[in-house]
Write a protein that binds this ligand. Structure first.
Ligand code: FES
Length: 349
């Protein structure tokens, strides 16, 4: 429907039944559509033909570029390097593939836009908006059909069928639950345990040597792994992701948490290096405050107070490993962590 048609439908101020009422309700009168201005192509056939040739030329350019793209595969060896200003030395194959594909896609887009702007009809179209809801009689008929269908199916009368159908529908998802077994063996307590165990020596991750208490200086941060875990093991990453340890020496009188003091050795404390937020490795230690900071989201833990969270999104303190010294004078674990390490999924409570 055209703009003229539209304006005919507008309420008139003289219309005693509609016009004055509508105007009072909506103080902003519908301005209607501006008059259509013909383009040069609408009135000049020669101009229209020129536009047609431009559009066809762009589409042909796209075809040529596509052929050039395919030819580039054949022509350029993969290791051919060329100098192209201002990019410098680049792969001839990559450059030509990128250039030709770019031109092919751009020419299609440009041709389509030019076609739409110069040759396709640019007259505004308008239409009445209709009610989305069906008329009441149609809705009534649908509800009646539904009720008839339910009655004829005997759904309410044949209780045996209805109840067994409910049972079948409730049970069929169980088949999917059983299929979950195919995702692999259950993790059991693998995620709750680490390699640490009573008697495992603490190995310095930098030197790969067992640590003695005198190796841990006040104010330093040392990273350790369990004895027996070597980097060339196939499961090294899996194990170190749970067992990585952070060792710090504090003055025993500075340790505020009683359990932390009991689990330390001469002020040397060992905590999990895995952040309890989403598991990043913690690596920044501030020796004056005894705070460690996770670089991922800035969770901060106080190592002098049970590694409790003092800032950031982490939900739990870092788990502590109980340590002592073996008969040869090396630091050793006195057991595994007593809670799962890492993110708070486990809700150790
Ligand atoms: S992973 Fe450490 S703060 Fe997010």
């Amino acid at each position: 429907m055209s703009s003229q048609d539209n304006s005919e439908n507008l309420p008139s101020e003289q219309d005693p039944e509609h016009g004055s009422v509508e105007r009072a309700r909506d103080p902003f009168a519908d301005p209607g559509l501006p008059p259509h201005k013909p383009r040069v192509q609408d009135i000049d056939e020669a101009a229209a033909r020129r536009s047609e040739r431009v559009v066809a030329g762009l589409f042909m350019l796209s075809m040529v570029a596509t052929v050039a793209f395919i030819a580039s595969f054949v022509i350029f060896p993969i290791d051919k390097i060329v100098y192209i200003f201002p990019f410098g030395h680049v792969s001839a194959l990559n450059f030509s593939l990128g250039l030709t594909l770019g031109v092919a896609l751009f020419a299609i887009g440009a041709g389509a836009v030019h076609w739409a702007r110069t040759l396709m009809s640019d007259e505004e179209m308008s239409d009445e908006r209709h009610e989305i809801a069906a008329p009441p009689e149609v809705r009534e008929k649908v509800m009646q059909d539904w009720a008839d269908g339910v009655r004829e199916s005997g759904f309410g009368r044949r209780k045996l069928i209805r109840n067994t159908m409910y049972g079948a529908l409730a049970m069929v998802p169980l088949a999917g639950v059983v299929l979950l077994r195919d995702l692999g063996t259950l993790p059991e307590d693998k995620l709750r345990k680490t390699m640490w165990a009573k008697g495992k020596a603490l190995i310095n991750m930098n030197t790969n040597e067992p640590l003695r208490p005198e190796d841990v200086a006040v104010g330093s941060l040392t990273f350790a792994k369990p004895e027996g875990l070597e980097e060339d093991q196939h499961d090294f990453q899996t194990q170190i992701a749970k067992a990585a340890l952070m060792i710090v020496r504090l003055q025993p009188e500075n340790i505020k948490d009683k359990r932390e003091l009991e689990w330390s050795h001469q002020g040397i404390v060992a905590f999990s290096k895995i952040c309890t937020h989403v598991g990043c490795p913690i690596s920044l230690y501030e020796q004056q405050t005894h705070h460690v900071l996770c670089p991922c989201h800035q969770s901060t833990f106080d190592l002098s107070d049970g590694a409790r969270v003092i800032f950031g999104p982490a939900g739990h303190a870092l788990p502590q490993l109980r340590i002592g010294v073996n008969s040869e004078g090396y630091l050793e674990a006195l057991g595994d962590f007593e809670e799962p390490v890492g993110p708070a999924f486990w809700e150790r409570g």
